[in-house]
Design a protein around this ligand. Structure first.
Ligand code: NAD
Ligand code: TYD
Length: 348
């Protein structure tokens, strides 16, 4: 089976590609990635020489390129992760989110249906999406698969739009698809612009920890390898034309999460208890900041038996240890353009 993974040099995509290449030697895994600031080919070093793996550099928003690629390789499955993924960047530059997340998805849908339309059997377009499409929750309730879409940031609006396109192609062209909407991931190889890796990097470097607003915002956190387990399962066993929510059953207020992170970092770095917490700095809130995300992941649990394999504390320990032991990965990112982004975003 020839499978195209898009965005396979990013955080979740690189974990997924490594899993698929190693677990399914009978598959050919093609990794298409534009290598934007978020893509890092180094993330794939352990599979780069495998016979069933091929990297292709390219931009999903280029329709002609995508069409030629599909005609050449005749992929049988697509797992689509390529996206602009950071809410703060979507606030300062929304247009690229439309280009990649909406137009890029439509290009992939067009080219998939073009080569599949005469034989839809054993074909699958798997669209990886986010719980942020559902908007924001008050202190009670959970997002389930029936929750109406109510995106609040340019990022979530672009992902919501791409989800609608996938479903529309299902209805209009009978495109065989599965969509999953997952909560916040964390783990190894996470770009240090999102909360957990940014704060780990800043603690290592004794820099301020910029917490938006009062820090009383809630997210549901899932270890990235558990998300990858779910994607693997749904790609093979999810029902056609269905949506599945994926989550960690693990809600944390930002301030509580950051305090836990600080405590663990002090222990692992051998620093005096309380020293990392002193770095917490409350800063101006993110515009339109979603108050709370929380996912009801019971459908995938009941239908397919999926559940997170490790606790948040275990996952956080593994993550912190990886960043401490892979300082050169962090350092190579944190030089160059990242410095410019950091200065613009945090005025420091
Ligand atoms: P990421 O930003 O780490 O990686 C995105 C990858 O896509 C990068 O390798 C980048 O180079 C590539 N890319 C960007 N624009 C491209 C383009 N035009 N053409 C080809 N490649 C392009 O993102 P991530 O955190 O790994 O997220 C992957 C997917 O999962 C996204 O679709 C995201 O919306 C979704 N998701 C992420 C989370 C999370 O917590 N990170 C949670 C739920 C869903
Ligand atoms: P983030 O990792 O950007 O994910 P998302 O916005 O997609 O949920 O942010 C997670 C939470 O952490 C969110 O409530 C915003 C907050 N946050 C901060 O307080 N400071 C920061 O510097 C960042 C990046 C995030």
């Amino acid at each position: 089976m020839k499978i195209l993974v898009t965005g396979g040099a990013g955080f979740i995509g690189s974990h997924l590609v490594k899993r698929l290449v190693k677990k399914y030697p009978e598959y050919l895994i093609f990794n298409l990635d534009a290598l934007t600031y978020a893509g890092n080919i180094e993330n794939l070093r352990e599979v780069q020489n495998h016979a069933n793996y091929k990297f292709i550099k390219g931009d999903i928003s280029n329709g002609i390129f995508i069409e030629n690629l599909f005609n050449s390789y005749q992929f049988e499955g697509v797992i689509h992760l390529a996206a602009e993924s950071h809410v703060d960047r979507s606030i300062s530059n929304p247009t690229v989110f439309v280009k990649t997340n909406v137009l890029g998805t439509v290009n992939l849908l067009n080219s998939s249906i073009n080569i599949w339309k005469n034989d839809l059997k054993n074909k699958r377009f798997y669209h990886v999406s986010t719980d942020e499409v559902y908007g924001s929750l008050a202190s009670k309730g959970l997002f389930n698969e029936q929750t109406p879409y109510d995106p609040k940031s340019p990022y979530s609006a672009s992902k919501a739009s791409s989800d609608h396109f996938v479903r529309a192609y299902g209805k209009t062209y009978n495109m065989p698809y599965v969509i999953s909407n997952c909560s916040n991931n964390y783990g190894e190889f996470h770009f240090p612009e999102k909360l957990i890796p940014l704060f780990i990097n800043n603690i290592i470097n004794s820099k301020p920890l910029p917490l938006y607003g009062d820090g009383n915002y809630t997210r549901d956190w899932l270890y990235v390898k558990d998300h990858v387990n779910a994607i693997d399962l749904l790609f093979h066993k999810g029902k056609n034309h269905e949506t599945y929510n994926i989550g960690g059953f693990n809600e944390y207020k930002n301030i509580d999460l950051v305090r836990l992170l600080c405590k663990k970092m002090d222990q692992k770095l051998g620093r005096e208890h309380g020293s990392s917490e002193k770095l917490i700095t409350f800063i101006k809130d993110r515009p339109g900041h979603d108050k709370r995300y929380a996912v009801d992941a019971n459908k995938i649990n009941k239908e397919l038996g999926w559940k997170p394999s490790i606790t948040f504390e275990e996952g956080l320990d593994k993550t912190i240890e990886w960043y401490i032991n892979n300082s050169e990965w962090l350092e190579s990112i944190a030089s160059g353009k990242y410095k410019e982004y950091y200065k613009n975003q945090y005025n420091r």
